[in-house]
Structures are given as structure tokens and as C-alpha cells.
Design a protein. Structure first.
Length: 581
């Protein structure tokens, strides 16, 4: 089943990506250019393959094509209804195409006042499913090919796909994808695909010169916001540090009159998922910069590089975390840990942790439990009843323990509406999704290990952290347990917070017993009076405390304390403002 993503123009010929073509791709090794100061090198290899066959390793962003029309969607599949009254009133995924979605992706509408949508899917085992009409965002539970049908609450004729299509988004980690209103995309959304490209290269002065012997292309001006950090991501099947096999990417910035400002240096990160590797580049605008242009120099096949640039790279905007002062020294001496995510959002959800970053936290706390089919998810209580609701928003009438239901069954519940109707449709996230989010937002997670887990399940959590290279950027917290020794054996330099409600010598001795000389151990306590602090000092063990939400309580803390968990307050910021205002 084809998946139409966009149209690519190569040497004057248009190709619909995802559809069969005889065009082949090749790329030869090429040398680095020492004169590309300020550029970033990455790498992409393409064997000689059909264009349609390499897309799965290049395309990372799903942008479906829509058309006016109706369809019938049910558990047997879907059929297209043309020539009927409703065929003029609805908008659907274009005939013959589907949208590849994965578990954890979110589909929804930006406004449900007068609109709704229906989903149909085909899974890898050839089974079909359907559900709708949706009037809230939904998280995809199964990998598969999906179709979407959009309609007004009251059926009215459509003159085009824009009115309904502009409402649709497909949310993946790192961005939102709107298949129609690309010009209206804002922070957190893919903006690179909205630009056009020309042959040539942006030089050190910000001008585009004619291409040399190599293939060179440059983007049009892309508007930017100085309050946003921008992230560019390249996905490819293989990555190499070798300059001889690395394409080069450059950025030039301009003021509001499109006068050249600078060629900024951007930072890079390489990370992996199960089947691909990525290169990410961060760019922080400076005051007076209003737009940027991106240029790309290729020493290999032009068409291959053009695909890699326009469809393998995603450019995202993330709000700069304010106040920036508290991302450095202040947090090093008094860590502000956000308790289960930003307190005004549903707890232990990805949406809450995104808000943690936006509000300036560097550290976030979460709780982990397992479903009956062995998937670790974020949940504080043993049961889902306090934060979970039925899909229609009603209270769950019987006790449902997370350990008694599968992950797929957990996705049938709503974990947002308990906090308000604005959060309807929020789903319980996997631990792995949380770790990926923390990696991408630069958050250091405090992971509370809940009782009832097996040693194998603990090791599985550690393996997930190791898989994303986060082992030195997480803290494991729990009441005194042999799990600390188990984790230390897996990663010798782990950091542990031993939970306690009574800061006694017995509990401190227990915490000290987990020290190996290579790991880091502190006590994390709700008992932080003067006697408790004195005892911690005597034993030479760092102390962090929980959970403080009042400024006066934070300001009254003994300076020996090194971290504060809070629902809304960054402790370092509270004290800094108290001393400097």
C-alpha cells in the first residue's frame, strides 16, 4: 500500500515519494571541504536502489495528502464512496494511500468545536481496525498503515481540503505535522519542508553563489523566532565520523531586512533508536536575527542528496527554557526537581514533562510500573483509578491495577481528563518514550522504582537507559532496596537517591551501605528539620528533600540541602530571586 508524503523535483522531473519509479540512487565517497567553516558534517550512504525502496530509511516525517471525499471505514478495511452527497462534505486520506504511524504517535485536531475525525488501520498481521468519531486527540496504540476521515459536526460541502485539513495534526516526538497549513506552523512544528530550494551555495558572507563542480543547493529564507531554539535532525541508515564520507550543512542568519548577520556555529549530537541513527544540530538565534537560510553541499549524486536534505532532515523549534540563569550554576548547587512533571498538567505524562522544560526545570521526577505484558509505563499508584478515566471521561467503577492489564488495554483509558477537559485524550506513556523525551529536551530524570518489580524488570529499565546513552544523566530513587546494588553492577557510576520519611541513623546507614566508591548516593527525605540535617552532615551524605511548593518553605531550608522536589517551584530560582530582588 503506497504512502504519499510529498513531491520531489530532481533535475526538473517530479517524483511522488512512496510511489514506484525507475529513478535510481547512488552516492560515491567524497572529500571534506576545509573551507566550509561553521558547517556541520553528517553522513549518508545510499546503495543503488529504487527511490521508493530507500524512503523507509530517510523519511522521518509523515505528511499525508488529503482530498475531498467520503469513505466507509470498519473492521474489514475501508472503501471509497464517490458520487454521494457526503463525498462533497468530507475530507479523507487520498484514495489509494495510507499514513504509516507507530505506537505512541498522536493524532488530533487543533479545534474540535465543529469538527471530528475517524481512524482506520491495517496492522502488519493484515488485520484491520477502526474507531471514531473522535472529538479528542488519540495516541496510536499499534504500528500500522492508517487512513483518516474528517467531517464537520454538521455536514457542509467542502470547497477544498483546507478548512478541515488545517485542523489535522500528527504529533511525533520532536514536532507536530500539519499536512495542509504548513505556512501556519509554529514552535515545535516541522518548518523545513515549507521552504523552496535553489542550486548554489551560501558563502561566508551569506550570499548564494553558483554551484561548483560539486552539487550545491540552498534554501529560501526561513522565518525564525529569537525566543526559540531550533533543532535540525538528519535520519539515515548509517553514520560515520569520517569527513571523507560526510555531507556538509551550513546555516546563515539575516535581519528583518534580509541583510546578512552571521554564520553561526551549531552544536551536534548523534543518537540511535532501534533501527536508525540520527545527527541532530541545535541553533540558538540571537537578537536581531529574523530569518535563516540553510545550504547543503554534495559531492555525490544530486538526487540522493536532495532527498536527504529536503525529506530526511526535520527542523524543529522548541521554546527556550526561561530563566536561562537557572540551567547552569544554580541548579548545580540546589537542584530543582519537578515532581511528576509540571503540576498544572496531568501527572506522569509526556505533556507534563514538556511543560517542565518550558518552565525552566532541568530535573524531573517520575514513577515506573509494569503492565501485564511487561511494558514499563509512568504511573505512581498501583491502580489507574486516581488519574485514569474511561475513554468517555467517566470514572472507572472497579479497581484496575496496571499490573493486571496489557499496555494496549491501558491505551483505552484517558489519563488527562481528570485534570480538566482540555487534557482529554491524554494517554499513559511508556518509560522508553519518557527517556527519549528527556534526552531530546535535556532533562535529567529522577526515576522512582515502585515495589513489586522483579530483578529482570529493573535490569530492563537500566537497559533502556543505556540504549539511549542516558546512564550518566539519570538518578534512580527508591526506598532502601537491593536494586541499588543490582543497578550498580550494571552501571558502576550510577546515581542513587535513597527515599525516607524519617532521617534516622538506621536509614542513613542503609543508604551508606549502597556506596561502592564509584557510584553516587544521597538521601531523599521528607524529614529535613535541623536535627535531620545535622545527622546528614555528621555522616557526610548529601541530602535532598521533597515535596515543597511554598516559597517561604524553600527559603527556610538549610543551605546544606542540595535538591528540592516540587510541583511548580524551581528552588534555586526562588532563593536567587529572594537574594537579588
Amino acid at each position: 500500500m503506497p504512502t504519499n508524503l510529498t513531491v520531489l523535483r530532481v533535475n526538473g522531473t517530479d517524483y511522488e515519494l512512496g510511489k514506484p519509479t525507475d529513478h535510481t540512487l547512488t552516492q560515491d565517497a567524497y572529500p571534506a571541504d576545509a573551507n566550509t567553516t561553521g558547517n556541520v558534517k553528517s553522513a549518508a550512504y545510499f546503495s543503488t536502489e529504487k527511490l521508493s525502496n530507500v524512503l523507509s530509511g530517510i523519511i522521518t516525517d509523515v505528511v499525508p495528502v488529503l482530498e475531498v471525499g467520503d469513505m466507509t471505514i470498519n473492521s474489514s478495511g475501508w472503501t471509497y464512496n464517490d458520487g454521494t452527497a457526503r463525498a462533497k462534505q468530507r475530507v479523507r486520506t487520498a484514495k489509494g494511500y495510507s499514513i504509516p504511524l507507530k505506537r505512541g504517535d498522536k493524532v488530533g485536531l487543533s479545534d474540535y468545536t465543529d469538527a471530528k475525525y475517524y481512524l482506520g488501520w491495517k496492522l502488519p498481521d493484515e488485520s484491520y481496525g477502526a474507531h471514531g468519531w473522535y472529538t479528542a486527540d488519540t495516541t496510536i496504540a499499534y504500528d500500522g498503515d492508517y487512513v483518516i476521515l474528517l467531517a464537520h459536526a454538521t455536514e457542509v460541502n467542502q470547497t477544498g481540503v483546507e478548512e478541515l485539513g488545517n485542523l489535522l495534526f500528527i504529533k511525533k516526538f520532536g514536532g507536530h505535522y500539519n499536512p495542509v497549513a504548513v505556512s501556519q506552523r509554529s514552535s515545535g512544528k516541522d518548518i523545513l519542508k515549507t521552504t523552496t530550494w535553489e542550486e548554489g551555495y551560501i558563502d561566508a558572507g551569506g550570499s548564494v553563489h553558483a554551484p561548483t563542480a560539486q552539487q550545491e543547493i540552498a534554501s529560501d529564507f526561513i522565518a525564525i523566532d529569537v525566543s526559540t531554539i531550533y533543532r535540525m535532525r538528519l535520519k539515515h541508515s548509517r553514520y560515520t565520523e569520517s569527513a571523507e564520507n560526510s555531507p556538509w550543512l551550513g546555516i546563515a542568519s539575516y535581519d528583518s531586512d534580509r541583510h546578512f548577520v552571521r554564520r553561526p556555529t551549531v552544536s551536534t549530537t548523534v543518537y540511535k533508536d532501534d533501527d536508525s541513527e540520527y545527527l541532530e544540530m541545535l541553533f540558538t538565534p540571537e537578537s536581531g536575527e529574523a530569518s535563516i537560510r540553510v545550504s547543503f553541499r554534495s559531492f555525490g549524486d544530486y538526487s540522493a542528496e536532495l532527498i536527504a536534505l529536503t525529506d530526511g532532515i526535520s527542523w524543529y523549534g522548541y521554546p527556550i527554557r526561561e530563566p536561562k540563569d537557572f540551567q547552569g550554576g544554580h541548579n548545580l548547587f540546589l537542584k530543582g526537581v519537578n515532581h511528576r512533571g509540571w503540576g498544572e498538567y496531568p501527572e506522569n505524562t509526556l505533556e507534563a514533562y514538556i511543560q517542565s522544560a518550558i518552565h525552566g526545570f532541568n530535573f524531573v521526577e517520575t514513577d515506573v510500573r509494569y503492565t501485564s505484558d511487561g511494558i514499563p509505563v509512568l504511573l505512581h499508584d498501583a491502580s489507574i483509578n486516581r488519574t485514569g478515566r474511561n475513554a468517555d471521561g467517566t470514572t472507572i467503577s472497579t479497581t484496575v491495577n496496571i499490573v493486571d492489564i496489557t499496555y494496549a488495554q491501558s491505551q483505552e483509558y484517558d489519563f488527562g481528563i481528570y485534570k480538566g477537559s482540555a487534557f482529554a485524550g491524554t494517554k499513559i506513556p511508556r518509560f522508553e518514550d519518557f527517556i527519549v523525551l528527556c534526552k531530546r529536551l535535556g532533562l535529567h530524570p529522577y526515576i522512582e522504582l515502585k515495589t513489586g518489580m522483579s530483578n529482570a524488570q529493573i535490569i530492563n529499565l537500566v537497559d533502556i537507559v543505556l540504549n539511549y546513552g542516558m546512564e550518566n544523566d539519570v538518578t534512580w530513587i527508591a526506598y532502601p532496596t537491593g536494586w541499588f546494588t543490582l543497578i550498580s553492577n550494571k552501571h558502576k557510576k550510577s546515581r542513587f537517591g535513597v527515599l525516607m520519611t524519617s532521617t534516622s541513623q538506621t536509614n542513613i546507614d542503609s543508604a551508606l551501605s549502597y556506596r561502592t566508591g564509584e557510584n553516587s548516593v544521597f538521601i531523599n527525605t521528607s524529614d529535613y528539620g535541623s536535627d535531620a540535617v545535622a545527622l546528614a552532615k555528621t555522616n557526610g551524605i548529601p541530602m535532598e528533600v521533597w515535596t515543597l511548593d511554598e516559597d517561604e518553605d524553600i527559603k527556610a531550608l538549610d543551605p546544606y540541602i542540595t535538591g528540592v522536589t516540587s510541583n511548580l517551584k524551581i528552588a534555586g530560582k526562588v532563593i536567587y530571586e529572594d537574594l537579588t530582588v
